[in-house]
Design a protein around this ligand. Structure first.
Ligand SMILES: Cc1cc2nc3c(=O)[nH]c(=O)nc-3n(C[C@H](O)[C@H](O)[C@H](O)COP(=O)(O)O)c2cc1C
Length: 192
């Protein structure tokens, strides 16, 4: 499948500027900006307007809660997340609050809400990196998560930092050009 590293058609500036970084500056995130990140998720669309997303966050100076969130991460993520000022765990309620039936679109909606959060972060000059690399059993245990919730992804947030502070292997990856499939590989104006 063919890829390129360039933007082939005009898109929003926020989309152009967004990238998943691992190098974060130690600068803390202001409380009002944290509120705005979650406000952005409030206004994401969802199936039946169920808004199934739930977030647990800790700033790095909230050591007790931070450690509970941080511990289940894979070591490959811990090496760089340790310097992020804000760590978020995203979850979704599995059932509709009105009908009690399974909400098959909860994870889809959570992903959409996380994208809103990511773009709001870029608007503030920050970046995020989402992570699926963690032990979900440990997450459930450490944070006492009821089984009516499904664990989504972690999101590390912060102002971009100096890639030269990363371990060598990650340094290279941090500055490498990003590649994407060309539209012709996934957009169809025809049937299969
Ligand atoms: C669901 C999901 C899981 C991811 N898991 C990890 C992870 O565990 N560790 C990591 O370093 N990056 C992770 N990423 C970041 C991706 O590697 C990154 O989004 C991808 O390489 C594209 O780069 P870009 O976001 O800068 O465009 C994850 C992203 C998503 C959306």
């Amino acid at each position: 499948m063919e890829k390129s590293s360039s933007i082939e058609h005009p898109v929003l500036d926020l989309i152009k500027k967004r990238r998943s970084v691992r190098a974060f500056s130690s600068e803390p995130i202001e409380a009002d900006k944290i509120n705005s990140l979650f406000e952005a998720t409030r206004w994401a669309p969802s199936s039946s307007n169920e808004q199934p997303w739930v977030y647990i966050y800790a700033t790095r100076n909230q050591s007790e809660l931070w450690d509970k969130l941080f511990e289940p991460l894979n070591d490959s993520n811990k090496v760089w997340v340790k310097d992020a000022p804000l760590l978020i765990l995203s979850l979704a309620r599995k059932t509709f609050s009105v009908y009690g039936s399974m909400n098959e679109h909860a994870m889809y909606d959570l992903g959409g809400a996380n994208s809103f959060l990511s773009l709001q972060a870029v608007e503030f000059g920050m970046q995020v990196r989402q992570m699926a690399g963690f032990n979900s059993g440990k997450v459930v245990q450490n944070l006492n998560i009821p089984d009516t919730y499904e664990v989504g992804v972690y999101i590390a947030v912060g102002y971009p930092g100096d890639p030269s502070n990363l371990p060598d292997k990650l340094k290279q990856r941090e500055i490498a050009p990003r590649e994407r499939f060309l539209q012709q590989e996934f957009v169809m104006n025809r049937t299969f």
